[in-house]
Write a protein that binds this ligand. Structure first.
Ligand SMILES: [Mg+2]
Length: 232
C-alpha cells in the first residue's frame, strides 16, 4: 500500500521560536535604521516582553521607546513578516526527510502566506519535499483543523485518507479535523505545545519524542499493512 507522509512546519520541522527571534532582530534593525531606537535595547525589550505573548508586542515596544503611531506599528509588522528568516531545520528533521525520501513527502502548514513561504524557502524545503501546502492560500477557512488540504493530497496521489500520515506538534488543531475521515496521525513532542494535555479526540494515534522515532511509530501504525514494501 502506498503511504504518503505529510508534515506540519512550525515546531515540527524547525523551532518556531528561532523564527520569532529572527523576526525581532529584523524589527530592531529597522528601528535603528529609521533612527527611532537602538538595536540592542529594542531587541532586548522584545525578548523580555515575549513571555507575555506576541499580541500587541510592537505597540508595547513603540510606546516604551516613545515612537508609537499606528503607522509605525504597521511598519514593524511589515519588517517582521517580510524579513528573510535565519532559521534551520531540526537535525532530526534533516535526517528524517532524507531517510523517507522514497515516500511522497508533503508539508501542510497554517499561517500568513508570505511568512510561511519565506520560512519554507529559508529552510530549503522545496528541494526536500514533493509539495508544500500553505492552507491560507486556499482561504483562511481551509486552515487546520479543516481537512481540506489533506483531501487535496488524497486526490493528487489517488489514495485513501488511511494512506496519509500527518506528523505534527499541536494537538489543539492538527489532528481533530482529519482523524474522523480516517487520516493517520502522529504527534511529535517538540516545541511550544509539547506539554499540552488535551482530551482524547484531539490526540494523535501515536506520540513520539522526536522525528528520530518516526520509523517505529509508522511500523506500529501499519503493523499489519507493511507500508515499507510499497512507497510510491
Ligand atoms: Mg506546528
Amino acid at each position: 500500500m502506498k503511504t504518503i507522509l505529510a508534515f506540519d512546519l512550525d515546531d515540527t520541522l524547525y523551532d518556531e521560536l528561532t523564527y520569532v527571534d529572527s523576526g525581532f532582530a529584523a524589527v530592531a534593525r529597522f528601528l535603528e535604521q529609521e533612527k527611532l531606537a537602538g538595536f540592542a535595547e529594542t531587541y532586548a525589550f522584545m525578548q523580555t516582553r515575549l513571555a507575555g505573548g506576541r499580541g500587541r508586542i510592537f505597540d508595547d515596544l513603540l510606546l516604551h521607546f516613545g515612537s508609537y503611531s499606528r503607522r509605525n506599528v504597521r511598519r514593524c509588522l511589515t519588517a517582521y513578516r517580510l524579513h528573510k528568516p535565519a532559521i534551520q531545520l531540526y537535525p532530526e528533521a534533516v535526517a528524517c526527510l532524507a531517510r523517507f525520501k522514497a515516500y511522497p513527502l508533503y508539508i501542510v502548514t497554517d499561517g500568513n502566506k508570505v511568512v510561511q513561504y519565506n520560512k519554507i524557502i529559508a529552510l530549503g524545503l522545496p528541494a526536500l519535499v514533493d509539495r508544500y501546502l500553505i492552507t491560507h492560500r486556499f482561504g483562511v477557512h481551509h486552515a487546520k483543523p479543516s481537512p481540506y488540504c489533506f483531501t487535496r493530497i488524497c486526490a493528487w496521489e489517488k489514495v485513501e485518507p488511511a494512506q496519509v500520515v500527518y506528523v505534527a506538534d499541536n494537538p489543539r488543531k492538527d489532528f481533530i479535523g482529519i482523524k474522523p475521515l480516517g487520516f493517520r496521525t502522529i504527534r511529535v513532542l517538540t516545541g511550544q505545545h509539547r506539554s499540552v494535555e488535551i482530551p482524547e479526540e484531539y490526540q494523535a494515534e501515536q506520540q513520539i519524542v522526536s522525528l528520530n522515532a518516526l520509523d517505529d511509530a509508522l511500523a506500529s501504525l501499519f503493523r499489519r499493512r507493511e507500508p515499507h514494501l510499497c512507497k510510491r
